[in-house]
Design a protein around this ligand. Structure first.
Ligand code: CMP
Length: 142
């Protein structure tokens, strides 16, 4: 099993409902570790750049508006098989289809306001972590 890092975002809907601590509690309880963290308000350009792979999708404009609607908590997580483990903890993109006990099932409100984001592969994790953090800001936990 590979030691990995992945990007996690606590999205505006969850931050507004004071769920940052609940998300981090679930992360730490699962054995994953926080390797970097920033609390910030994304600009429209920040959100457009982060979600650039989705720019042709019909939901892109709405997604960008939503991601700028309030502050977000951005973290790099570290652990064995961290990318899959964080995706499993989050559950399916659509909270209505997410498995019981997952973050999106328990805390998500809609496909857009689905509480958290996670990287989907090692290549995207590296790009997404570098989007928010300088190398020196990501602290090895292993
Ligand atoms: P996320 O994992 O952050 O990646 C892209 C986001 O687009 C996704 O979570 C959803 O919050 C959002 N989104 C909005 N509408 C859709 C849709 N129809 N299909 C997939 N993702 C969507």
């Amino acid at each position: 099993m590979a030691r990995e890092r992945t990007l996690a975002i606590v999205k505006p809907d969850a931050v507004k409902r004071n769920l940052i601590g609940e998300v981090i509690r679930r992360i730490e309880q699962s054995g994953l570790q926080v390797a970097a963290a920033r609390f910030l308000q994304l600009s429209r350009a920040d959100a457009e750049g982060f979600y650039a792979v989705h720019k042709e999708r019909p939901f892109f404009a709405s997604l960008v508006g939503y991601m700028c609607s309030g502050p977000v908590m951005v973290m790099a997580l570290e652990g064995d098989d961290a990318i899959k483990r964080w995706r499993d903890l989050m559950g399916a993109t659509d909270p209505a289809k997410a498995a019981p006990g997952t973050i999106r099932k328990d805390l998500g409100q809609s496909v857009e306001a689905n509480a958290t984001h996670g990287s989907d592969a090692p290549e995207t994790a590296a790009v997404e972590i570098a989007y928010f953090f300088r190398t020196i800001e990501v602290v090895a936990r292993g």
